[in-house]
Write a protein that binds this ligand. Structure first.
Ligand code: NAD
Length: 487
């Protein structure tokens, strides 16, 4: 099947250039165009033209389209979940959760139509009124990763941008164009005016052209730290462009000696292996207090051995395949780095499974905290380091000692330890007695340091895609008075 770009309310005729594959079976799912610079310009021009009218539509009317969109998602939840599992290798249960997350974002966006989007501010002068409110930026480029192909691009980013009066050009990941197509189909069915939501396919080159286009005002980017860094540099070089970037991590669960052991082990298994360790928030590190270290590793290894791996479409397996052969090879290389080292003990050796598809088993090892790359870099697979610590200060130091700061969970029943972790660690998402994964659309989602530029996604996108302005009105009949006694 050959799919085409969606620009100006139409599926436009574009030649196929690359294919999408099912990572579990390696079968082709469809063919897609690679959008060249002219195609990018055309999409941005269409979006820029549509912006002039869309920004003048009432906020409540703009929001009404999201009621329809949310209901369309609800009607097609099974088909959408299956498509996500087919294209990403995510287990059907995780795909359903992603579709729910997207639907919640559409519902929340609808609700925001009737919420205040500014406030009245007091003035020193009695007959002067000040108000602040948010204005749309213009054309918003949405560039998304493959691991949440439905919820992130079309909903966490595009929906708030459109509600606020911007128009969108969305480039989905080259790994998940089929889910991108379904997103465009839903926006089309919901009846958004032509040019408000546009979708173009392509690789990093198409994304870079979109980022560089002079008419793009803001970039909502989610993906790797290196791509995000490049986008931030481009924005810094321009006068008008801004970006909100959500990037990778080396997230962690910190387990104290007073923790409920079963809860902690379950939280760690969920944090490490959901989506086969390919979530932005996946725990590549588990920090465990020395007093319970050996008990913990025995139980964690026992549970890791029970993790079932198989066809994501069946829904009964905990882990599916990795996204592609290149990612599998990358994980194999990181696993190899942990072998034959004095201070590293491999407890479970992760390997490619002898079957079709990019399936891998978990790799688990213990290590003292040190400079090894595998302890500090995002691996993006079922690759877990268990690191001992002897006091709270050391746990904080180890946790903070990477370039990232996305997600952490702490397992403890001591509210003082919980508070210290909350206050002293660098993160965007913190969890207590829970896995370090999971999100709800009506809260902000993002990270700090190399994990994000502090402009979070989901509920945070409404602010990221708008400029906040102050508007002052003088009601005196004759003349005007200035604040601060200025004559
Ligand atoms: P990636 O950076 O390779 O690609 C992400 C998107 O950027 C793709 O659409 C890609 O085509 C595009 N792109 C690549 N080079 C570009 C360039 N120079 N200019 C513009 N666009 C470009 O990431 P990926 O492999 O698809 O996704 C995995 C990464 O995403 C992981 O690091 C993961 O942690 C991160 N992620 C972060 C979050 C979060 O909210 N923090 C959520 C999901 C995934």
């Amino acid at each position: 099947m050959h799919y085409t770009n969606y620009v100006g309310g139409k599926f436009v005729d574009t030649k196929p250039a690359f294919s999408s594959f099912n990572p579990a079976t390696e079968e082709e799912l469809g063919q897609f165009p690679e959008t060249l610079p002219e195609g990018v310009c055309e999409a941005v021009d269409v979006a820029a033209k549509a912006f002039k009218e869309w920004r003048q539509v009432s906020r409540i009317q703009r929001a009404d389209y999201f009621w329809k969109l949310a209901n369309l998602v609800k009607e097609r939840i099974v088909e959408l979940s299956q498509a996500i599992s087919l294209e990403t290798g995510k287990s059907l249960n995780e795909s359903m959760a992603e579709v729910n997350e997207a639907m919640h974002m559409a519902q929340y966006t609808f609700s925001q139509g009737r919420e205040a989007f500014g406030e009245r501010v007091a003035s020193e002068i009695a007959l002067k009124d000040l108000q602040t409110f948010r204005k749309p930026k213009g054309v918003v480029a949405v560039i998304s990763p493959w691991n949440f192909p439905f919820a992130i691009g079309g909903f966490w980013c595009a929906a708030p941008a459109i509600l606020e009066g911007n128009t969108v050009v969305f480039k989905p990941s080259e790994e998940t164009p089929l889910v991108g197509h379904l997103t465009a189909e839903l926006y089309h069915q919901a009846g958004f005016p032509p040019g408000v939501f546009n979708l173009i396919y392509g690789f990093g080159g198409t994304g870079a052209t979109l980022v560089n286009h002079s008419k793009v005002a803001h970039i909502c980017f989610t993906g790797s730290a290196e791509t995000g860094r490049r986008i931030r540099v481009k924005c810094a070089e321009s006068w008008h462009k801004t970006c909100s970037c959500e990037m990778g991590s080396k997230s962690a669960v910190i387990v104290f000696d007073d923790a409920n052991m079963d809860l902690a082990v379950n939280a760690c298994v969920t944090s490490a292996y959901k989506l086969s360790g390919q979530r932005c928030v996946s725990a590549g590190r588990i920090l465990v207090h020395w007093k319970i270290f050996y008990e913990f590793i025995d139980k964690f290894v026992e549970e890791s051995e029970k993790v079932t791996i198989g066809d994501p479409m069946k829904g009964e397996f905990f882990m599916g395949p990795l996204i592609n052969a290149k990612q599998l090879q990358r994980v194999v290389e990181y696993n190899k780095m942990t072998e034959d080292l004095d201070n590293v003990h491999v407890l479970l050796k992760g390997e490619k499974m002898d079957r079709k598809g990019h399936f891998m088993t978990p790799h688990v090892y213990t290590s003292e905290w040190c400079e090894h790359r595998f302890l500090r870099e995002e691996v993006f697979g079922p690759h877990v380091a268990i690191i001992p610590f002897n006091d709270l200060d050391k746990a904080v130091d180890i946790y903070n000692d990477t370039i990232y700061g996305l997600s952490l969970a702490v397992c403890t029943n001591d509210f003082r330890k919980m508070r210290e972790i909350r206050e002293r660690c660098d993160y965007g998402l913190g969890y207590v007695n829970l896995p370090c994964i999971g999100a709800e659309s009506h809260s902000v989602f993002g990270g700090v340091k190399a994990s994000g530029n502090g402009s979070p996604s989901a509920a945070g996108t409404f602010r990221a895609v708008t400029n906040e302005v102050t508007w002052t009105v003088n009601y005196q009949d004759q003349g005007f008075q200035m604040a601060q006694g200025l004559k």
